[in-house]
Design a protein around this ligand. Structure first.
Ligand code: SF4
Ligand code: SF4
Length: 58
């Protein structure tokens, strides 16, 4: 499953954007958008988010 951004926690800091090896995270209004067709659930973005705003949903 792809990761999702929890809007209530995300501060749009942008830290996660360059960590994605698949370029699945793109800037978008409010918070980054996840391209679910690209995300491999590698968890690189999850590990760097200072707000724990990225999660894997079942
Ligand atoms: S690192 Fe976390 S808080 Fe920052 S933009 Fe990404 S999801 Fe939002
Ligand atoms: S889990 Fe990996 S592939 Fe998916 S958005 Fe995060 S860094 Fe990119």
């Amino acid at each position: 499953m792809p990761v999702t951004v929890l809007a209530r926690l995300c501060t749009a800091c942008g830290v996660c954007l360059p960590t994605c090896p698949e370029r699945a995270l793109q800037p978008a209004p409010g918070h980054p958008a996840v391209d679910a067709t690209r995300c491999t659930t590698c968890l690189a973005c999850v590990e760097v988010c200072p707000r724990d705003a990225l999660e894997v949903t079942a």
